[in-house]
Design a protein around this ligand. Sequence first.
Ligand code: CAA
Length: 384
Amino acid sequence: MVGIDKINFYTPNTYIDLEELAKHRGVDPAKFTIGIGQSKMSVPPISQDTVSMAANAAYPLLTDNDLNNIDLIVVGTETGVDESKSVASFIHDLLGIHPFAKSVDLKQACFGATAGLMMAVDFVRLHPDKKALVIGSDISRYGLNSSGEVTQGAGAVAMIVSSNPKIIEIEETSVSMTKSIFDFWRPNYSKTAIVDGKFSNEAYISFFSDLWEEYSKRTNLSLEDFSAFCFHLPYTKMGKKALLPLLEKEEPKNKDLLLENYQYSTTYSRDIGNIYTGSLYLSFMSLIEHASSSLNATDRIGFFSYGSGAVAEIFTGKLVDNFKDSLLAAEHEKLLTNRIDLSIEDYTTMFNEELSIDSDGNHLFNQDKTDNGVFFFKGTDNHQ
Ligand code: CAA
């Protein structure tokens, strides 16, 4: 039995309130809070980047045993800090993992961490005494005043994959699908993403529907075999737009349970925003840390991973005995309640500052005074 043994997330210490953003943009706040389903959005200070967020998510999980037995570090990201050197190689050094480990990044938009998780699960199935560290870390940026602005965010999720996992066993059958499309992308010359918003929503929904049809055909499972479904959540309304038509079509007896658990799975994303590769796993943590009274060992959880461009996958897992004892719910609540609410003016300044750095490869600065990260980015020196 192989799966997720430990899981944690990190998000920067600063956010904006989306009702405030709506007022500044002359939009009805209900569009953001109800129509899109987002309340707050994490905004990274200049001293938090994809590497530091990844390290901040991973380090609380690691014991000496992990540091000596992690033979594979995989980071899924679409906002890495270098076109050549992997985020995983920085993580290997920052966390002090033993030298004979393999460190690599995987990229396919928001799908990268899922590809990493599947690679890690296969690796541990082949080497049951070894472990793997899988991280999804990203900063989502569409631009000030853009239609995607309200769906930005920043954060990282870290998972340790092992034999006899303490949280969830990943089952063997999964179905993936690829179609080369331009629904959301970011050319090398751009620091912000380009998106065809409506098309991206339609693509997400049709990938889910096609994959579910194929998955249920291959496995003979129906929605009634599931206690919950976790979705990649670019914003919290998105997964529901995919799930509702299926619930209406199949009318499962557990429809109310699936809807209730969907709500639990969206709590963290509603207050953090889109963290791209980590988003699906943030949704899983939100589910198991908020719905623990209705979830039990052996319950099957469905996962829908979607990465624009586009690659998607449905896979499943079964919760294991005493999974509730291995959750970091109290730490996550503390992280979110201690955050600082930024003014829209400060957010604008921070956003523009982020876009302007590293243009000359020599730009050192101090840790931002609002930044609570144990690891932080202190800039570039001689292009390093
Ligand atoms: N009160 C309540 N609801 C309101 C409202 C009001 N006053 N005004 C509008 N709404 C509702 C609308 O009816 C609509 O609801 P439905 O989608 O259920 O019909 C919702 O608010 C959004 O309204 P619009 O469609 O008019 O919003 P928009 O044109 O500003 O665009 C968006 C929304 C397409 C999501 C845009 O924010 C965007 O492009 N975001 C980035 C792309 C994205 O997240 N795509 C998701 C799929 S791709 C993916 O998943 C990969 C990834 O991570 C990027």
